[in-house]
Design a protein around this ligand. Structure first.
Ligand code: NDP
Length: 286
C-alpha cells in the first residue's frame, strides 16, 4: 500500500486565494490594508528565507509587509525599543519576531513585549492562556496549519488517538492544546512524547494520527508507524541531500494511509495561518 500524499502546498494555495478575497473586502470596507511587520536580527540564511516567504505571501494576499532588520549584535534593549515602536504604530497590525534570536538577546522578554492584539504568532502568555482555555484570539500558526490540513482533507480527528512527538512551545505543546479542545475539529485523545519518553516506538505505533516535530532528519521509521495511520511531518532539516523531514518518507509512505511530504507539507500552511492571523489582527484593531 502506498500512502495518499497530503499536499500542503496545494491546500495553502486554496486557502491563500480565499484569504485574498477576505483581504480585498477588508480593504474596501475599512480603507486600510492589513500590515505585517517582520523583525529580523542578523543574517541567518534560513531566517532570511522564512521572512522572504512570509513577505511574498503577504504580497500575494494583497497585504502590506514591512521588514525591520537589526544587526547580529543587537541587544535586548534595542529589540524592545523596536517592538514598542511597532506596538504604537497604528499602520502595523501584526508583529513577527523571527526566531531564533542571537544568544545575547532575552527572547522571552522580547516576545512578551509584543502587544497581545498584534501577536500574530500567538506566543504571548495571554494568547497562549486563551488557547488553553479554548477561547483563542489567534491560533498558533504551525499547529493550526496541521489542523487545517486534517480538516480540509476530511481526516477525522474526533475520538482518534493523536501522538505528537516533540513538546516545543511552537509546535508540540500548542498543537496538543488545539486538538484536545471540545469541538468537531478537535476532540482528539492526545499523547505528547519527547526526548525523555520511554519506548517511543510503542507509543507512536498506537497513533491514528502521528505528528512529528523534533528536528532530526528521517528519525521516524516504518516500524514506528501503525499501518494506515496518518503521518504529519513538521520537521525541516537541512541535509547534504537537501531539505528532509523528521520522517523517513520513502519507507513510511509504504505503511501509512496518508503522509505529508517535506518540502510541500506543513511549511506552506504555517505561512498561510500567519496571514490569516494578520487579517484577524487588523479586524480586531479596526
Ligand atoms: P525544538 O528543538 O524546540 O523541540 C524539539 C522537540 O523534540 C523537543 O521537545 C525534544 O524533546 C524533542 N525530541 C528531540 N529529540 C527527540 C527524540 N530522539 N525522541 C523524542 N523526542 C525528541 O524544535 P521545534 O518544535 O521548534 O521544531 C521541530 C522541527 O520542526 C524542526 O525541524 C523545525 O525546523 C521544524 N519546524 C517546522 C515548521 C514548519 O512550518 N514546517 C515550523 C516550526 C518548526 P525535549 O523537550 O525533551 O528536549
Amino acid at each position: 500500500m502506498t500512502a495518499i500524499i497530503l499536499d500542503g502546498k496545494a491546500l495553502a494555495g486554496e486557502l491563500q486565494a480565499e484569504l485574498a478575497v477576505d483581504v480585498a473586502d477588508f480593504i474596501q470596507n475599512n480603507g486600510v490594508s492589513p500590515c505585517l511587520a517582520a523583525v529580523l536580527v542578523g543574517d541567518n540564511p534560513a531566517s532570511e528565507v522564512y521572512v522572504r516567504n512570509k513577505r511574498q505571501a503577504c504580497e500575494r494576499a494583497g497585504m502590506e509587509s514591512q521588514l525591520h532588520r537589526l544587526p547580529d549584535d543587537a541587544t535586548t534593549e534595542s529589540l524592545l525599543a523596536l517592538v514598542h515602536k511597532l506596538n504604537k504604530d497604528a499602520a502595523v497590525h501584526g508583529i513577527l519576531v523571527q526566531l531564533p534570536l542571537p544568544p545575547q538577546v532575552e527572547a522571552t522578554r522580547v516576545l512578551d513585549a509584543v502587544h497581545p492584539l498584534k501577536d500574530v504568532d500567538a506566543f504571548h502568555p495571554e494568547n497562549v492562556g486563551r488557547i488553553v482555555q479554548g477561547r483563542p484570539r489567534f491560533l498558533p500558526c504551525t499547529p493550526h496549519g496541521v489542523q487545517m490540513l486534517l480538516v480540509r482533507r476530511s481526516v477525522p480527528i474526533a475520538g482518534r488517538h493523536v501522538v505528537i512527538v516533540g513538546r516545543s512551545d511552537i509546535v508540540g505543546k500548542p498543537l496538543a492544546n488545539l486538538l484536545v479542545q471540545r469541538g468537531p475539529t478537535a476532540d482528539a485523545t492526545v499523547t505528547v512524547c519527547h526526548s525523555q519518553t520511554h519506548d517511543l516506538a510503542a507509543l507512536t505505533r498506537q497513533a491514528d494520527i502521528l505528528v512529528v516535530a523534533i528536528g532530526r532528519a528521517r528519525f521516524v521509521t516504518a516500524e514506528m508507524v501503525k499501518p494506515g495511520a496518518v503521518v504529519i511531518d513538521v520537521g525541516m532539516n537541512r541535509t547534504p541531500e537537501g531539505l528532509a523531514g523528521d520522517v523517513d518518507f520513502a519507507a513510511v509512505k509504504e505503511v501509512a494511509g496518508m503522509i505529508t511530504p517535506v518540502p510541500g507539507g506543513v511549511g506552506p500552511l504555517t505561512v498561510t495561518m500567519l496571514l490569516q492571523n494578520t487579517l484577524a489582527a487588523a479586524r480586531l484593531q479596526q
